[in-house]
Design a protein around this ligand. Structure first.
Ligand code: PGA
Length: 267
């Protein structure tokens, strides 16, 4: 069976960095430094920077996607300080759900993450679902069980057809590698990408599991991206700290372009 070549995706998660004015300028600079064929680029600024990034990119590089870092699980209501999926329409076309910092700081459960995912899909936002184990879980050899639980919990009420049609991307982000400068090995990330696709197969995705892009995230830099993209099961990266640096993004996306070119030559 011939599978569609999976997208190569580099997504920048700026976390709680940049004012709106800084975000617009930084997005324009990064876009100009990362024009590489075949790589899907996404920039996820803070909510308040979405309009500035959208406007900056519309004028310079409309191919770069704009993503939110979170979305609420309800459509509207008495939820002070929150932002719903319909409110993001027109500002973003992507959204990160289930990031480990939100699981940690906002006590997001797998069930809640699943509801967010459903809202994102209903609004036509392409979701990047984050999963990954804590250090103690990795040391206990529980990483696959953790990701299994996270995926089953989040995807419980969402069928493969809906998720595939909505362009689901999964980011494997071991928590101990996020912001620590200690990245997983390419081999370990590939093992987890394989585990993620097996879990999806077990959830009824069958061969469709092979079409889902799986990214690695956790201390990705221009110096280590090659190790991940050398693995055929890894389709790109979710980049935090390094994504605020245009030189780093230029290096990461350039390397992703080599993978995209090799895949299209092979496909
Ligand atoms: P990091 O963050 O690249 O700074 O480790 C990655 C992420 O949290 O998505």
């Amino acid at each position: 069976m011939i599978h569609r070549m999976r997208d190569v995706v580099v997504a920048a998660n700026w976390k709680m960095h940049t004012t709106p004015a800084e975000a617009g300028d930084l997005a324009r600079t990064i876009a100009a430094r990362t024009r590489v064929a075949g790589v899907t680029r996404v920039i996820c600024p803070p909510f308040v920077g979405l309009a500035a990034v959208r406007d900056a990119l519309a004028g310079s590089d409309p191919d770069v996607g704009v993503g939110a870092q979170n979305v609420h699980h309800e459509l509207q209501g008495a939820y002070t300080g929150e932002v719903s999926a319909p409110m993001l329409v027109g500002l973003a076309t992507w959204v990160i759900v289930g990031h480990s910092e939100r699981r940690r700081d906002a006590a997001e459960t797998d069930e809640l993450v699943g509801r967010k995912l459903g809202r994102a899909l209903d609004a036509g936002l392409r979701p990047i679902l984050c999963v990954g184990e804590q250090l103690g879980e990795r040391e206990g050899g529980e990483q696959e069980a953790v990701v299994d639980r996270q995926l089953r919990g989040a995807l419980r009420d969402l069928g493969p057809d809906v998720l595939r049609a909505g362009g689901l991307v999964i980011a494997y982000e071991p928590v101990w590698a996020i912001g620590t400068g200690r990245n997983a090995s390419g081999r370990d990330a590939a093992i987890m990408a394989g585990a993620i696709r097996s879990i999806l197969t077990g959830l009824g995705w069958d061969a469709g599991a092979d079409d889902v892009p799986v990214l690695y995230g956790g201390s990705v830099t221009s110096a280590n991206i090659a190790e991940f993209l050398a693995e055929p099961s890894i389709d790109g990266a979710l980049v935090g700290g390094a994504s605020l640096k245009p030189d780093e993004m230029a290096g990461i996306v350039a390397r992703a372009g080599l993978t995209a070119a090799a895949r299209s030559a092979a496909g």
